[in-house]
Design a protein around this ligand. Structure first.
Ligand SMILES: [Zn+2]
Length: 131
């Protein structure tokens, strides 16, 4: 049985590099706790330091970057293969559709982790009318 860790509602920026924490899917505050409880479900609190993640919301930010990176890589690779080798269309579908799917799913979790870590580092938040 684990105890509830004391809440650490510190305003201090993240102590480890956000890219490292995000790519490893670890807590950007302590670098040890898990960041996700499911594939893309962020934990409510860090199991190690107790940092509250309920205030953070990256929205679709990670998905936009992942679509741009995966789409760009696959489209330009497919264009290069088409120009250089002119393979049949079915070969493009067999090779590049699974590739874009795998890249998108593989990059989504670390991409969201990096977005959360950068949001913590830069203290970014939702714009409100009273700001
Ligand atoms: Zn933590």
């Amino acid at each position: 049985m684990t105890e509830n860790p004391p809440p650490s509602e510190t305003k201090a920026p993240a102590r480890i590099h956000p890219m490292r924490a995000g790519l490893l899917c670890r807590c950007p505050n302590c670098g040890k706790g898990r960041l996700f409880s499911g594939f893309l479900k962020v934990v409510d609190r860090c199991g190690v330091c107790g940092f509250d993640y309920t205030r953070l919301n990256t929205g679709d930010g990670a998905a936009i970057f992942v679509m741009q990176i995966a789409g760009g890589l696959v489209v330009f690779t497919a264009l290069f293969v088409e120009i250089a080798y002119s393979p049949p269309m079915w070969l493009h579908l067999v090779v590049f559709l699974p590739l874009v799917l795998g890249l998108s799913l593989g990059l989504m979790r670390p991409g969201k982790g990096v977005m959360i870590a950068l949001q913590m580092r830069n203290r970014a938040g939702q714009a409100r009318s009273d700001d």
